[in-house]
Design a protein around this ligand. Structure first.
Ligand SMILES: Nc1ncnc2c1ncn2[C@@H]1O[C@H](COP(=O)(O)OP(=O)(O)O)[C@@H](O)[C@H]1O
Ligand SMILES: [Mg+2]
Length: 258
């Protein structure tokens, strides 16, 4: 049984892309087959996985294009194997055009769901990385997903920023995808000073923990994340024995264990 998980938050720079690739790497290391889908026209995930979003073709753009035009898309052609053992359905800048052209499409919220139908059974996990917006592509991701994971920066009041995405999730649950579940909140970019972090984690737990699961494993701030991105690798491959790798392995275990 495959599980489709969207990593979403309407704020940029909170660690969505970093969480997507490192979860993918951790899950692949555990022996699961994993596909990452880059839905962001910025192509950060594509780049982080070692591909050039300006040069790679075909991509998720072509899959959307075909599906919108009523042509059966060749998804397999747009899926690339990474050296780390997981697969990638990359993005390219033209995805920003798709966001607009979807407006006039029938079942415009279900296009990604249709695209993924032909590959769903080939993976244990499909992780979808979204742009920092609440646009139609994010709605497509939520509609195609079983679960959504929300990365939140470990700062005071940061949890407030999650209210918008939680509203979108509630809207999608009411109509398009009643079975959508919030897998939980992953705290990222925590200060390395433990005392302050504890207070913030407690505050977020108090604010959100009643209704949503806040993952026990917290991802601390480390320059290794930016370094690994520049190297086109997950931090799990870049620094397998580091704290960042350990943190995402722990998040993956929590996710798998439910
Ligand atoms: N735990 C972390 N510690 C330090 N830097 C991080 C961490 N997680 C992500 N980053 C860096 O912060 C920036 C934004 O992260 P990213 O995952 O791209 O966020 P988003 O996808 O939400 O915009 C990137 O440069 C990334 O390398
Ligand atoms: Mg991103």
């Amino acid at each position: 049984m495959s599980e489709v998980i969207t990593i979403a938050m309407q704020k940029g720079g909170v660690g969505k892309t970093t969480t997507t690739i490192n979860l993918a790497a951790a899950l692949a290391e555990m022996g699961f087959s994993v596909l990452m889908v880059d839905l962001d026209s910025q192509g950060n995930l594509t780049e982080h996985a070692g591909f050039d979003p300006e040069g790679i073709s075909p991509t998720v753009y072509h899959a959307f294009r075909d599906e919108i035009d009523g042509v059966e898309p060749d998804i397999e052609a747009s899926i690339y194997k990474t050296e780390e053992g997981f697969d990638l359905l990359p993005s390219q800048p033209e995805m920003s055009v798709i966001e607009l052209s979807l407006i006039n499409v029938m079942s415009r919220e279900r296009v990604l769901d249709l695209i993924l139908d032909s590959v769903r059974d080939e993976y244990d996990y499909i992780l979808i990385d979204c742009s920092p917006s609440l646009g139609l592509l994010v709605i497509n991701a939520l509609t195609a997903s079983d679960k959504v994971l929300i990365p939140v920066q470990t700062e005071f009041l940061a949890a407030r920023g999650a209210s918008m995405i939680l509203k979108s999730i509630a809207t999608v649950k009411r109509g398009l995808n009643p079975d959508l579940e919030v897998a939980g909140i992953v705290l990222t970019m925590a200060d390395t000073r433990t005392i302050i972090t504890r207070d913030i984690v407690n505050a977020i737990q108090e604010q959100m923990g009643g209704e949503y699961r806040v993952f026990q494993s917290i991802v601390r701030r480390s320059v290794r994340f930016a370094e690994s991105a520049a190297a086109g690798q997950s931090v799990i491959s870049y620094e397998p024995k580091g704290r960042g790798a350990a943190a995402y392995r722990a998040v993956a275990r929590e996710l798998v264990n439910g």
